[in-house]
Design a protein around this ligand. Sequence first.
Ligand code: HEC
Length: 153
Amino acid sequence: MNQKKQLIAILAFLIAVGLIGYTFVSAPTVPEDVLQEQVRAQGEVIYLENCAECHGREGKAVACYTEDGERVACVGRLLQTPDLLCGAPSLRLQAMSWNGSLESYLIAVTTVGRSENGMPAYGLTYGGALTEARIELVSTYIAGWQTENLCQG
Ligand code: HEC
């Protein structure tokens, strides 16, 4: 190999290493909105499997279906309502004397339940079947119904 060829080989090698390094450094990080959409989608699945039967699709307590698609009467509270979701704290949180955030309220009720009123407990330590992570996901999903549209009226 003459010197010129050696030089070209070295340059090609350096460019290759540089390119590989660059792809690592600039490995696309998942954008925030994509992450949020993934969290929402996971929360939605948990909601549809566990909560929609009583609270209705999207928490509207209008049309409730069992997992088999059979229509049943909604017995859960309306969740997609300004009363619960809008304001800091919302009227419902004030009425319940809840001092924490909306999400902490949703997590607490879902974990502990209100069995005396027909709301089952979902926390593992309360005999339920949802891990803390899954309860957080479904609570984030419910809190996500707090849109400008819902709250401006
Ligand atoms: C068997 C029916 C039933 C199922 C299933 C159910 N709920 Fe409920 N839920 C209720 C009832 C009834 C209430 C009202 C309890 C009360 O007034 O004290 C309630 C209340 C709530 C509240 C409090 C709302 C407020 O305004 O204070 C939240 C939050 C809630 N449910 C979340 C969930 C989530 C999340 C799931 C699924 C993981 C779920 N529920 C599944 C029946 C149900």
